[in-house]
Write a protein that binds this ligand. Structure first.
Ligand SMILES: CC(C)(COP(=O)(O)OP(=O)(O)OC[C@H]1O[C@@H](n2cnc3c(N)ncnc32)[C@H](O)[C@@H]1OP(=O)(O)O)[C@@H](O)C(=O)NCCC(=O)NCCS
Length: 345
């Protein structure tokens, strides 16, 4: 539908007078490393069972990057695919945003390393850290630059090599995470609504639910920080679960409210792929039908900032999402952070 014909929902951006300007996803791409780590493999590493992991999380397997394969490599592969599908050249890209908690190194940014690998030398580049919510934070950043006419083409990537910060001796966490990357090219595309709204939220008072203690200015790497396993992620599973459900429901409801949309109008809900029980609880509380929910975590586990980007790529490439459909993305992560976005595809 063209933005000028009778509206079927409210476009919250209209009040900012963005006439003739939209932010559309022109192409998506994803990449996961070759090696698959199954629940059966994990049974040999820690005291766990396929039955426990499947029934408590819905995860069956995850992909693990090779020793010499880094977050920027995964990000680059996803980005090149998204660029190809969008039909954009490296020279057209104005800005690269990489959402990640596992950058190749603290600096330079992974976005700069990706810029080098894809040859987008006209682009500005920076990393964004909002943990598992990073991709939606990235979409909103891109939208602000595009709607304000600062940039025309922005590449947003969610990419993680979580296997590098997972404690492979901790059964509470190691069964949950995987590696991968998802990317989207965002552009001003007249004649389409594209990204209608993106909600972002945070609560730093709950930063101790999910964190990695060492490696920053507070606890630089020492022999002691390594031996006391402070360079691995730590999580309070139960509390994180409760907060995830609540925050995702609140964010999704706010995004729908802004667009004056009922949940029944959404063709595909793509939630953060952390736990099947979280996805089902969120769907239930939003009043969604099971067939509206998209889930692929059984294949990939939780890939943090890459999670909804990988899922969006699969929803689009398998035809689950068609032109004109309304999509709801909803995420949650360490920080705490959360977000939701409504997109007309
Ligand atoms: C981690 C999570 C799967 C645990 O599920 P849960 O239903 O809360 O399970 P509990 O924490 O009550 O653990 C139950 C038991 O299973 C055990 N357990 C934990 N991991 C296990 C594993 N991999 N295999 C077998 N047993 C395990 C626990 O030690 C506990 O044993 P205990 O009762 O003897 O102490 C769940 O809390 C969760 O998904 N939380 C959110 C995680 C998340 O999404 N994080 C990322 C946010 S972006």
């Amino acid at each position: 539908m063209s933005p000028s014909s009778t509206p079927k929902f409210k476009n919250p951006r209209a009040k900012y007078n963005f006439q003739g300007r939209t932010c559309s996803i022109a192409g998506v791409g994803a990449y996961v490393p070759e090696r698959i780590l199954t629940n059966a493999d994990l049974e040999k590493m820690v005291n766990t069972t396929d039955e426990w992991i499947t029934s408590r999380t819905g995860i069956k397997e995850r992909h693990i990057a090779a020793k010499d394969e880094f977050t920027s490599d995964l990000a680059t592969k996803a980005a090149l695919l998204a660029m190809k599908r969008a039909g954009v050249t490296p020279e057209q890209i104005d800005l690269i945003v990489v959402a990640t908690i596992t950058p190749d190194m603290p600096f330079p940014s992974t976005a700069c390393l990706v810029q080098r690998k894809i040859g987008a030398f006209r682009a500005a580049a920076f990393d964004l850290e909002a943990a598992c919510s990073g991709f939606i934070y990235g979409l909103e950043v891109a939208q602000q630059f595009i709607m304000s006419r600062t940039y025309d083409t922005v590449l947003v990537i969610g990419a993680e090599k979580l296997s590098s910060i997972v404690d492979w001796e901790d059964r509470n966490t190691c069964v949950l995470f995987g590696d991968g990357a998802g990317a989207a090219v965002l552009q001003n595309r007249p004649g389409a609504h594209g990204l209608l709204t993106a909600v972002m939220g945070a609560d730093g008072r709950k930063s101790d639910l999910l964190f990695m203690a060492a490696g920053g200015s507070r606890s630089p790497a020492t022999a002691e920080s390594v031996s006391s396993r402070m360079h691995y992620l730590k999580m309070e599973g139960k509390e994180t679960f409760k907060n995830a459900v609540q925050a995702m429901v609140t964010a999704a409801s706010e995004a729908l409210r802004r667009c004056e949309l009922d949940i029944s109008r959404i063709k595909c809900i793509i939630p953060h792929q952390a736990n099947r029980r979280i996805i089902d609880a969120v769907g239930d509380r939003l009043g969604a039908k099971p067939e509206q929910l998209f889930a692929n975590l059984h294949k990939f586990g939780n890939t943090s900032a890459a999670s909804v980007a990988i899922a969006l790529d699969e929803a689009v490439t398998t035809g689950r999402v068609q032109a004109g459909d309304l999509i709801l993305l909803v995420v949650f992560g360490a920080g705490l952070t959360w977000g939701a976005a409504v997109i007309e595809w």
